[in-house]
Design a protein around this ligand. Structure first.
Ligand SMILES: [Zn+2]
Length: 272
């Protein structure tokens, strides 16, 4: 699933192309993403709207329209936004085509159909967006904030990092990578992380996310950029998907464990 760095990559690429272009027509090939909104209503809500800019909030893409409305997208497992020259036929996984007045197509593609698209006039009308917690790259995310938030929870660290209502944007890959870089065990109850450790977790979070954005995100299986290129951070992963391989720091074998039905990768020898 795309996480903060992947969504950030897509957002900046869309921002290089979309602002100022108007939607001249919308075609829906499969309506799973619309959450029960009738196709005709979705099309009508978008007709003639002009893109102002695209932003990221957590793992959501927020498309701001010039007249004040918004389209809010979530890629879930396999959703993608692609910018394409005009096409005559949709490909198998194309779900929605947005025709733009500059002749190009914005395509929402989604093989597994868990992705979502919603049109709202005010961001306050979108409940999932309102439930998101702290942005880890914002100025409010400080070592002090991390220390205070850790004290209030007994949740294991990896699960703690992935709770979108606490910190928005982290998923399975980056939670594992951040905890390795912070030398903290994914099983540690949050409130036991004290002293200099919260600052280490804060620093590892920022550094890992910034480095991943610099490399345009991670492509393990599915993530693609808007031009269909892959990300590059998979070459810099230290523990994710590396069970049995030697830890890059201490050479002990990396272990794969399960936490809440998700895989966790860590070094039991240097993550304490
Ligand atoms: Zn190690």
């Amino acid at each position: 699933m795309p996480e903060l760095p992947e969504v950030e990559t897509i957002v900046s690429e869309l921002n290089a192309a979309l602002p100022g272009s108007a939607i001249t027509g919308t075609r829906v090939f499969r309506d799973n993403a619309l959450g029960g909104v009738p196709v005709a209503d979705f099309q009508e809500a978008l007709a003639g709207r002009v893109f102002e800019r695209v932003r990221r909030r957590g793992k959501f893409l927020v498309f701001d329209f010039r007249d004040g409305g918004h389209m809010i997208g979530h890629l879930r497992m396999t959703g993608k936004f692609i910018l394409s020259p005009p096409l005559t036929q949709p490909h198998a996984h194309h779900r929605v085509w947005f025709h733009l007045d500059n002749g190009r197509l914005l395509i929402f593609q989604d093989a597994r159909c868990f992705g979502t698209l919603a049109i709202v006039e005010r961001l306050a009308d979108h409940a999932p967006l309102q439930r998101l917690g702290m942005e880890p790259l914002s100025s409010g995310f400080t070592a002090k904030w991390v220390a205070a938030a850790l004290r209030q929870s007994k949740t294991p660290l990896k699960i703690w990092l992935m709770d979108q209502s606490r910190i928005a944007g982290l998923g399975n890959i980056y939670a594992s990578e951040i905890l390795f870089r912070a030398s903290l065990s994914p099983m540690r109850p949050a409130h036991t992380v004290t002293g200099g450790e919260p600052a280490r977790l804060h620093r590892a979070t920022r550094r890992t996310l910034r480095e991943a954005i610099h490399h345009n995100g991670t492509t393990i299986s599915d993530f693609r950029r808007v031009d269909d290129k892959t990300g590059g951070f998979q070459d810099f992963l230290r523990v994710y998907g590396k069970q049995g391989q030697p830890c890059p720091r201490c050479r002990a074998p990396i272990v794969k464990a399960r936490q809440q039905q998700r895989s966790t990768f860590f070094c039991p020898s240097c993550q304490r």
